[in-house]
Ligand binder design. Structure first.
Ligand code: UFG
Length: 337
């Protein structure tokens, strides 16, 4: 099969391209590189021994995207390209709405004109907002708490509305929980811009000496050890979830929504302990006030993905931390080495 991967040079995108190539598929990547590096794709080519056609295209540039579709007939699109920093989205809502939502509208228009109506969309557990209970099933009420999350919800709605208007559209919405880790080779991984917002890059950057110490946001949450609980999922498991979703699209399923998580919740202190084991030395941290907008506990039920996609996450937190540390220690400056 031939797939277009938007945002394919990014963290989850590059791991997905690698697994698609290994499975014998052809990948064309469009990526603006505003928050990613084409070096990731060069490394994917080395790791797989296969070629990726790359175009530095922003989805807001419709003629450039049309030119890519004029050259190829795609079986489906995997749509990762989006801005993703929660805090930045609060400060720059217009940038987030314009980039994420208009980018998706342009993509859908170009897909429609080209007769490609199959899409896997990179959504997020953030669309569940502050869930009333855990674990979270796909039918939980949605409601985002920041502009980033609202763009994910709007993009989901746009794709569902497309299917309502034209049943030829097949849409799989994948709601990711907390992606962590890296490819086992240590050659590709997460390269956050500036000071990391997310827990695991902050831990690995602290361990390598780029940051002084980790701030643990809140020790008084209603969780077993008082720190926030999340469903951390290895990025390679997540990538493989996309292959399962693309296979599902061949059944012409209409609209499907799946949580991609492990179904297990781990606290911030659990993650620190797992990293200390992987790294072989203590991680400096202090417990500080809660971060505004955080919630106590978020983890998935994974039954639907297992039953309908035949997909389960198999990698545990030790492997996540070992792989994240291998990537960080082999590439202290990420792709900028
Ligand atoms: N945390 C810290 N210190 C840090 C960073 C995070 O203690 O320096 C804690 C948070 O309070 C939370 C946990 O670690 O309890 C995970 O925080 P992350 O920022 O890594 O992840 P979030 O769960 O807040 O958010 C992530 C993504 C979002 C996505 C969401 C889906 O950043 O894009 O998961 O649930 F929408």
């Amino acid at each position: 099969m031939k797939y277009l991967i938007t945002g394919g040079a990014g963290y989850i995108g590059s791991h997905t391209v690698l697994e698609l190539l290994n499975a014998g598929h052809e990948c064309v990547v469009v990526d603006s590189l505003i928050n990613s590096f084409d070096e990731s794709l060069k490394r994917v080519e080395t790791l797989t021994g296969k070629q990726v056609e790359f175009h530095q295209v922003d989805l807001l540039d419709k003629p450039a995207l049309e030119a890519v579709f004029a050259k190829h007939t795609f079986d489906a699109v995997v749509h990762f390209a989006a801005l993703k920093a929660v805090g930045e989205s609060v400060a720059k809502p217009l940038t987030y709405y314009h980039n994420n939502i208009t980018g998706t509208l342009v993509l859908c228009e170009v897909m429609k004109a080209a007769g490609c109506k199959n899409i896997v969309f990179s959504s997020s557990a953030t669309v569940y907002g502050d869930p009333a209970t855990v674990p979270i099933t796909e039918d939980f009420p949605t409601g985002a708490t920041n502009p980033y999350g609202r763009t994910k919800l709007f993009m989901e709605d746009i794709l569902v509305d497309l299917h309502t208007a034209d049943a030829d559209w097949n849409v799989v919405l994948l709601r990711y929980f907390n992606p962590v880790g890296a490819h086992a080779s240590g050659q590709i991984g997460e390269h956050p811009q500036g000071i990391p917002n997310n827990l695991t890059p902050y831990i690995t950057q602290t361990a390598i000496g780029l940051r002084e110490k980790l701030s643990v946001f809140g020790g008084d949450w209603p969780t077993p050890d008082g720190t926030g609980v999340r469903d951390y999922i290895h990025v390679v498991d997540l990538a493989l979830g996309h292959l399962a979703a693309l296979k599902k699209l061949t059944e012409r399923p209409g609209v499907k929504i799946y949580n991609l998580g492990t179904g297990k919740g781990f606290s911030v202190l659990d993650m620190i302990k797992a990293f200390e084991k992987a790294i072989g030395k203590p991680v400096a941290y202090q417990i500080v006030d809660r971060r505004v907008g955080d919630v106590a506990s978020v983890y998935a039920t994974t039954d639907l993905a297992r039953e309908e996609l035949g997909w389960v996450a198999t990698r545990g937190i030790d492997e996540m931390c070992e792989d994240a540390w291998r990537w960080q220690s082999m590439n202290p400056k990420g792709f900028e080495n």
